[in-house]
Design a protein around this ligand. Structure first.
Ligand code: ADP
Ligand code: MG
Length: 615
């Protein structure tokens, strides 16, 4: 083996893309590269601390777990050194030549979609190690992995298309990154500038950070302190540090308990919902510590999945320090923590709602999909979570929300069901033919607007022993209304129904006289209530034969003038009557979102118009 073997590599295509964006971006907060590199150093030190628990032979075992930063304004460089895990040759290629990391992948995907010029997106993601190339076109990484017989290596790149790795004797365990700054980035070679940046972003780093030999951070586990000793500013600073965030937290919950477990927890709800459409699910954001030592920064089973929007720290001395990520899921202690903290958090939200309803409403607006997901997936906490849900309703103006308890308290005495309708927006519900029957009888209907609501009602058959029923469902019994408009007698109306069923054939399963319709001539109902277009698409994927109109029950309103005229037209102009009957059915299907094919309808409408004008 030669002592200086050179090894040239091309960056993976995605990395080149990312570098191109990073280097050419107009992003002004270039200083985030400091935070990114320090956070990598912290990760490497945390990992080493874990390895120390089980491994005996570790290279340079005398080195302190600390981070050293040196600036040199004569040479225009900044150097960041840690004595963490270091990297092997394979790890260098894997970690600094490809993108495995889901955040960066999502970042690239988002950028390729948007023409909004990259700038603010970078800050929201943090592009990790590659951010060094915002300020440099010569980055050198000296590294040696913790394993005693590992190679002494040097990785070097200009951040364009390739990098090289060579052996370079004399490395200590860990990683030293030397950044030769671009001429116009010389500010980062000045100690006071770097000190300010570190104070902003890295104050809570759990290892000493030394800047040119002087300690700059206050290593502080504020979650272990009594609330009274922590200022709002400190909390907010800690939130930004632990969540890598720039916003202010919406809520914070800080508590400690001794029974049934020793817990110190500090949890934050961010300002923004982290799951924007198209981004998929975020990783859990609450880290698990055991007596101030990090065990896992994104533990999957520590909290129920729907709480993945929370940030912060949970510290329990009862946990074994060397608990592995794999065994966490099975640990009875972790499960206990999970239950306990989820319950505390729901109770916390409930209290917040009572003490500041407006603030809670803003939270709810942004985060309700998580709460609904909780109702669907978290049986343990479902009952408590349901109480936090709120909806617009037919008895209130837009923007006014009712809980299920509000609804139940307002129910008519003879009412034994909770009625709802799902649609993307209020107008869609108000203009469809279903609501009028309930309005006319002063029965309140809840309005559900979210795609997830379909699953929500699916997993919530009843509340307070009252069945939840869609108003588009067939077979709802409502009391007879007395109106001025006389209905034709029963023999006549059932003849009309039979004729319509014969005329429409298989397009509907039944035609019945409606007790509920007031102003509309007809409505299409299904046994299960309304089905959204997304749901229909899903059903068709499962069953290509699926047709939502197979099950349609058409209800007609014999009091309505149109139906009366239709009844007489049946005998006088059968052709025209058939057209009108078909059109009534299509209109009803259309209002219900059940019309699968609109072409026939357009031709038919032209024909109806022409015939009416001919008279
Ligand atoms: P992330 O930290 O989100 O994984 P980065 O781009 O910041 O993404 O880093 C990529 C990977 O490079 C890290 O996951 C880690 O494996 C490796 N790495 C970066 N810096 C160091 C370091 N100082 N010590 C050891 N490994 C490092
Ligand atoms: Mg990183």
């Amino acid at each position: 083996m030669s002592s200086k073997s050179e090894d040239k590599h091309e960056f993976q295509a995605e990395v080149q893309q990312l570098l191109d964006i990073v280097i050419n971006s107009l992003y002004t907060d270039k200083e985030i590269f400091v935070r990114e590199l320090v956070s990598n150093a912290v990760d490497a030190l945390e990992k080493l601390r874990h390895i120390q628990l089980t491994e005996k032979s570790i290279a340079d075992s005398n080195l302190d777990l600390e981070i050293n930063i040196t600036t040199d304004d004569a040479a225009n460089t900044i150097t960041i050194t840690d004595y963490g895990t270091g990297m092997t040759r394979e790890e260098l290629v894997e970690n600094l030549g490809t993108i495995a990391h889901s955040g960066s992948k999502a970042f690239i995907k988002e950028l390729s979609k948007s023409d909004q010029k990259e700038t603010n997106i970078i800050g929201q993601f943090g592009v990790g190690f590659y951010s060094a190339f915002m300020v440099s076109n010569e980055v050198t990484v000296y590294t040696r992995s913790w394993n005693e017989d590992s190679e002494h290596l040097c990785w070097k790149s200009d951040g364009k298309s390739s990098y090289q790795i060579e052996t370079n004797q004399g490395q200590r365990r860990g990683t030293k990154i030397v950044i030769k700054l671009k001429e116009d980035q010389e500010e980062f070679s000045k100690a006071p500038r770097i000190k300010t940046i570190l104070e902003n972003y890295s104050n809570f780093v759990p290892f000493d950070i030394l800047l040119n030999g002087e300690k700059v951070n206050t290593v502080e586990a504020i979650w272990m302190k009594p609330k009274a000793d922590v200022s709002d500013e400190k909390y907010s600073e800690f939130y930004k540090f632990t969540a890598k965030a720039f916003d202010e937290p919406r809520y914070r919950m800080h508590f400690s308990a001794d029974v049934p477990l020793m817990i110190n927890a500090l949890l934050f709800v961010p300002e923004e919902n982290p799951e924007r459409p198209g981004f998929g699910q975020v990783d859990p954001g609450v880290s698990l510590y055991c007596n101030k030592v990090l065990i896992d920064s994104t533990p999957k089973s520590l909290l129920p999945d729907w709480l993945r929007f929370l940030k912060g720290v949970i510290d329990s001395e009862d946990l074994p320090l060397n608990i592995s990520r794999e065994s966490m899921q099975d640990s009875a202690l972790v499960q206990k923590l999970n239950r306990l903290i989820a319950k505390r958090f729901i109770k916390f939200l409930d209290r917040e709602e009572k003490s500041d309803a407006e603030k809670f409403a803003a939270f709810y607006e942004n985060f309700r999909s998580f709460l609904k997901e909780g109702v669907i997936t978290d049986h343990e906490n479902r009952d408590a979570l349901v109480k936090l849900l709120r909806f617009e309703s037919s008895s209130e103006d837009a923007g006014v929300y009712a809980t299920l308890d509000d609804y139940v308290a307002r129910m008519r005495e003879d009412q034994d069901k909770i009625f709802y309708q799902i649609a993307p927006e209020r107008q869609a519900i108000e203009s469809a033919p279903y609501l009028e029957a309930f309005k006319a009888r002063s029965i309140e209907v809840l309005f559900l607007y979210d795609p997830i609501d379909e699953y929500l009602v699916g997993s919530l058959p009843s509340y307070a022993d009252k069945e939840l029923v869609s108003i588009a469902q067939s077979g709802i019994e409502l009391e007879e209304l007395t109106t001025d408009e006389q209905a034709p007698d029963e023999a006549q109306t059932s003849a009309l129904c039979q004729w319509m069923k014969d005329t429409l054939g298989n397009r509907v399963a039944e035609v019945n006289v409606s007790k509920r319709l007031v102003n509309s001539p007809a409505a299409a109902l299904t046994p299960g209530g309304s089905i959204s277009p997304q749901m229909k698409q899903m059903m068709r994927q499962v069953d290509p034969q699926f047709s939502s109109s197979k099950e349609v029950h058409l209800e007609i309103n014999p009091r309505h003038k149109l139906l009366k005229s239709l009844d007489s037209a049946r005998a006088e102009q059968p052709d025209f009557a058939k057209l009108v009957a078909e059109q009534i059915a299509d209109n009803a299907l259309l209002s219900a979102g059940l019309l699968e094919e609109g072409r026939d309808m357009v031709t038919r409408v032209y024909e109806i118009m022409q015939r009416s004008l001919e008279k």
